[in-house]
Design a protein around this ligand. Structure first.
Ligand code: PBG
Length: 335
């Protein structure tokens, strides 16, 4: 590289920028609907589609109304849909036992979606926060400590339950140690050999999740932060260790979350490990754009495309984003 003569005027980089056709030809990365994972929220009741206060244009669907999700994802060629449940408060308890109820919202949603043989995949989060009355991702003892190994026992059962109901991708988002290996063995032993695991590998203890916690109804319950299990926002080497361990334990894909403030982590993981790497543009990132756009201070479409493009540039293979339906329409020229 250093031997190349970059002197002017032999090199005028603007030649490659002068019109759209040449810019398009030399574009280094592409963003398409093949890259998009759409998180959806499900709730109890019938014929419900309620907008989430903290996330404009994001809805909680009752299970019978998931036809709309199927239609949107199919028409717009979204590749994977992630299900998050809004568990009624009366079904939450200290150990999140609703997570293991074969009739819980996630299982019923899987049945509904799978009965339509969709041509997109379905992913289920594995963690206890939508089901615990304290809002934490794991089992808590009397001193408020989140117990690693006891939590893993439940995560294994939750994973088997979702796999048994047809989940294509199991996505542990809890950040307990050792859970990927245990879940992988349990899936193998129970003949779920093709079930994918997308590990929330580098999940930071971020303040960007608050609109999501409102969406799944865990924010009012959560009295403390999640710093004893989610990563310190100042760490980077540790993300590589997390990723190496998850890969060794049997993860098929790894996730970095949140997205935009963590592009350096996406870049490092992809550069160093060359493994399928997924970015999550989280609820706070979504709502910051949405609300600023509603105020008229930014151009929403161009900012969203720019941010999603930056994930691709950093090395992400795919992106979880609440913007998936809006953006795929645009990317597929359906507008
Ligand atoms: C729960 C979970 C969270 C998100 C995905 N799964 C919240 C948390 O860890 O508190 C956040 C998603 C978002 O903010 O969009 N385990």
């Amino acid at each position: 590289m250093s031997k190349i003569d970059l002197s002017f005027p032999k090199n005028r980089l603007r030649r490659l920028r002068q019109s759209a056709w040449i810019r398009d030809l030399v574009e280094e990365n592409k963003l398409s609907s093949n890259d998009l994972i759409w998180p959806i929220f499900v709730c109890e009741g019938e014929n419900k589609k309620e907008e989430i206060d903290s996330m404009p244009n994001v809805y909680r669907y009752s299970v019978d109304n998931l036809n709309e999700v199927i239609d949107i994802a199919s028409e717009q060629k979204i590749k994977l849909v992630a299900i998050f449940p809004y568990t009624p408060q009366n079904l939450k308890n200290v150990d999140g036992k609703e997570a293991l109820n074969p009739k819980n919202l996630v299982c019923r949603s899987l049945q509904k979606l799978k009965s339509h043989s969709p041509d997109f995949g379905i992913m289920c989060d594995v963690a206890l926060d939508p089901y615990t009355d304290h809002g934490h991702d794991g089992i808590m003892n009397d001193d408020g400590k989140i117990l690693n190994d006891e939590t893993n026992e439940i995560l294994i059962r939750q994973s088997k339950l979702f796999a048994n109901h047809g989940a294509d991708v199991i996505a542990p988002s809890d950040m307990m140690d050792g859970r990927i290996g245990l879940i992988r063995s349990a899936l193998e032993e129970n003949n779920f050999k093709d079930t994918l695991i997308l590990s929330y590998t580098a999940k930071y203890a971020s303040s960007m999740y608050s609109p999501f916690r409102h969406a799944v109804g865990s924010s009012s319950n959560l009295k403390a932060n999640k710093r004893t299990y989610q990563m310190n926002v100042l760490n980077s080497d540790e993300a590589i260790r997390e990723a190496l361990i998850d890969i060794k334990e049997g993860a098929d894909m790894i996730m970095v979350k949140p997205g935009i403030s963590y592009l350096d982590i996406i870049y490092r993981i992809k550069e160093e490990l060359k493994y399928p790497t997924i970015a999550y543009q989280v609820s706070g990132e979504y709502s910051m754009i949405k609300l600023a756009a509603e105020k008229g201070v930014i151009d929403e479409k161009s900012i969203v495309i720019e941010q999603l493009s930056s994930f691709k540039r950093a090395g992400a293979d795919a992106i979880v984003t609440y913007y998936a339906p809006e953006v795929s329409k645009f990317l597929n020229f359906l507008d």
